[in-house]
Design a protein around this ligand. Structure first.
Ligand code: ATP
Ligand code: MG
Length: 325
């Protein structure tokens, strides 16, 4: 922000060059200064995990959105240099509560934690990373015939709400042993009969002699938001979500270039409809064209097979950095 001294010097410059402008400045400057203050007040506060499985990808996502900020060891918050946001570095468990209490305006965390904490927040966007599931696992030698297995058992978890909801829905009477970490060792040390924990590949469970038997919830990283924001913050949030969606669309699609005989163009356009329609450019060789389009990542291999059958050659596939629809 400008200091009072700098403002006066700036106004004096104007009096030498243009007296009327000086008068305008003298009367308008205090307002400009308060406007600057207001701008600082209306920075959007974004909570992300300080360190853990979500932090690297949350940082990367903000960087891909063009938001530059520093994050040294021990730093708890950081203002972005080029976008009106402040980043708060927190434990993921605390983010829903901080967003509900408006300490942060939005937060990036796993859906598992959002549903476990059950705070008064809304999910604004699914982000596609940190895909995992909350599952029940039992000693691998035990027989499992259904949720009844858990009747009269003790189950260790860091997700007592979600587990208790599951037991209620299935009319199971089990004891929930709440622990905050290393849940998978609980049966091995005699603390519980089974566990309910986050799983992705299942290798941690296997290493601890456990077998996944029931998924309670599928989860991915999401952006949550406070239910009510000021007008200024809403505007910043809109711009932020616009950037996030451009980054996400780019990741979900690839740019594709190929050569095709003119006779195959209509078939290829049906396979690759593109954002509006494909770009078609003539090649130096008569009767041939170059066709440019986009293809969804999840349909990619299927489309490539169809393109080859339709006569496409020299297919190049290029990652897209940003995609504005
Ligand atoms: P904190 O210290 O912030 O409380 P934590 O140890 O509780 O961190 P992490 O293990 O870093 O939490 O996991 C954070 C989130 O990452 C989980 O809530 C979940 O959404 C996701 N997650 C956890 N394990 C995996 C996994 N194996 N694969 C993918 N995502 C995962
Ligand atoms: Mg945590």
């Amino acid at each position: 922000m400008l200091s009072g001294e700098e403002i006066v010097i700036c106004a004096s410059d104007k009096i030498i060059m243009n007296p009327s402008e000086h008068i305008r400045r003298v009367f308008l400057l205090p307002q400009d200064v308060s406007g600057q203050k207001e701008r600082n007040m209306s920075e959007l506060k974004i909570a992300i995990q300080k360190s853990g499985r979500l932090s690297e990808q949350s940082h990367k996502l903000l960087e891909e959105c063009g938001i530059k900020f520093s994050n040294g060891a021990g730093v708890l918050k950081s203002k972005a240099a080029n976008f009106p946001v402040e980043i708060l570095f927190l434990r993921d468990d605390d983010i829903p509560q901080y967003v509900e209490q408006k300490v942060a305006d939005i937060g990036i965390l796993g859906e598992n934690m959002v549903f476990e904490k059950n705070k008064d927040v809304i999910i604004l966007e699914k982000l596609g990373f940190a895909q995992c599931r909350l599952s029940l696992a039992i000693p691998k030698e035990d027989k499992y015939s259904g949720p009844d297995y858990f009747n009269n058992k003790k189950v260790a978890t860091s997700y007592p709400k979600l587990l208790s909801d599951f037991f209620k829905e299935n009319r199971i009477k089990a004891k929930i042993e709440e622990i905050s970490g290393s849940v998978e060792i609980a049966p091995g040390i005699g603390l519980a009969d089974a566990v309910c924990d986050i799983v992705s590949s299942g290798s941690t469970l296997m290493t601890n002699g456990l077998r996944e038997v029931k998924t309670i919830l599928k989860s991915q990283a999401v952006i949550i938001g406070s239910k009510k924001l000021s007008r200024e913050k809403e505007d910043i949030l809109k711009k932020f979500l616009f950037r996030i969606r451009a980054v996400k669309s780019a990741k979900e699609n690839k740019y594709i270039l190929l050569n095709t005989p003119e006779s195959s163009i209509s078939d290829i356009c049906r396979i690759l409809p593109g954002m509006k329609s494909p770009t078609i450019l003539p090649l130096a060789e008569k009767g041939w064209c170059s066709l440019h389009s986009v293809v969804r990542e999840d349909e990619f291999w299927e489309r490539i097979d169809q393109l080859k059958k339709a006569g496409a050659e020299g297919i190049l596939v290029i990652p897209i950095e940003k995609m504005i629809l």
